[in-house]
Design a binder for this molecule. Structure first.
Ligand code: ZN
Ligand code: ZN
Length: 329
């Protein structure tokens, strides 16, 4: 059985294997197996949701600080390792493809196993640079890479939008979109936007207020409109704690029960006739106005104030859930 200690002890063997994969098995596949196993140990011991073994997560285990070939397509290597491990019966997926199971201990010294693996995996290790995917330049941001101190860059990869280090491929540090954007909002604040419009019922001029962190993020990530577009849907009535704060803070924001919808939600009210203004349709109009303002550089005119994002009104978990749901991660 190749445990972590044994892998460490075989460092020079694995190094040689990177260049000439002729031996029993390669470092990549051993590392991928143990990365999957580690994920599953966090679950019920031998299986975990497939989402937990995303390449981005595996790449930290497989690549961190040890593999610096600039033409190396790590997605392809990881996909190759996973596919071969599945084919060889070390792993299997549930019928619906949602869970991954670790079926047997990895012993690369078993007779015949390494030949079988290499017959399937040969091309992974001779990847011509022309086949490496073109990395988009990405959008630079004021976030410091926790590993090398360089700047982070917002990028789209095979598995979605994420923050990567600008020193890639020298530094392979990545940060999930939710974590990086949470840091940006916490550091810079979340704006409370107000747009004037008449009450749809009585015509009274009023101000409709909401948060739209999408527009805040664009201030810090200019040019990321397309990458972050799904986050536009985050607005009043998405974060319960933040909504409760705004209810306390603004006279015209309140929670109302909708008989038609069968649930209550937080919305803007008309100060004269008390009619709800904050339906999604109204907020869509507000959002459209902010889009125009962002394009003409007048967005700041609509910022009423910045909401202090203390831990009791803005939690990383709520933010992460919303971001992952909307980005379909
Ligand atoms: Zn870095
Ligand atoms: Zn009214």
């Amino acid at each position: 059985m190749w445990n972590r200690k044994k892998i460490q002890a075989k460092w020079s063997y694995f190094r040689a294997q990177r260049l000439q994969p002729t031996g029993n098995f390669t470092e990549f596949v051993v590392r991928v197996y143990y990365a999957v196993l580690a994920c599953c140990m966090e679950g019920d011991g031998r299986s975990c949701p497939i989402g937990q073994v995303r390449n981005r997560r595996l790449s930290r285990f497989v690549y961190r600080g040890i593999y610096d070939r600039p033409d190396h397509d790590y997605d392809m290597v990881l996909e190759d390792c996973k596919r071969n491990l599945l084919q060889m019966g070390y792993l299997h997926l549930s019928e619906d493809g949602m869970r991954i199971f670790v079926d047997r201990p990895l012993d690369f010294l078993l007779e015949g196993e390494h030949e079988r693996y290499l017959s399937m995996a040969r091309e992974t290790f001779c990847l011509p640079s022309a086949q490496a995917p073109k990395k988009s330049p990405g959008v630079p941001v004021d976030l410091i890479c926790p590993e090398c101190g360089g700047k982070m860059v917002l990028r789209r990869g095979t598995y979605g939008v994420f923050f990567g280090c600008s020193h890639f491929p020298r530094c392979r540090c990545t940060m999930p979109l939710a974590e990086g954007t949470f840091r940006l909002l916490q550091t810079n604040g979340m704006a409370l936007y107000a747009v004037s419009r008449p009450c749809w019922k009585c015509g009274q001029p009023l101000r409709v207020r909401s948060y739209f962190p999408y527009f805040d993020l664009l201030q810090w990530l200019p040019g990321a409109e397309e990458l972050l577009q799904p986050l536009e849907a985050i607005r009043l009535s998405i974060f319960p704690q933040l909504d409760a704060y705004l209810e306390r803070h603004c006279d015209n924001i309140a929670e109302r029960y909708s008989k038609k919808a069968g649930f209550s939600y937080v919305a803007n009210l008309c100060p004269r006739c008390d009619m709800l203004q904050g339906s999604q349709m109204t907020l869509n109009e507000v959002c459209a106005a902010l889009h125009t303002a962002a394009q003409t550089g007048t967005l700041s005119q609509y910022v009423e104030e910045y909401i202090p994002l203390t831990a009791d009104i803005f939690s990383p978990e709520e933010w992460r859930d919303a971001v992952e749901y909307l980005m379909d991660i």
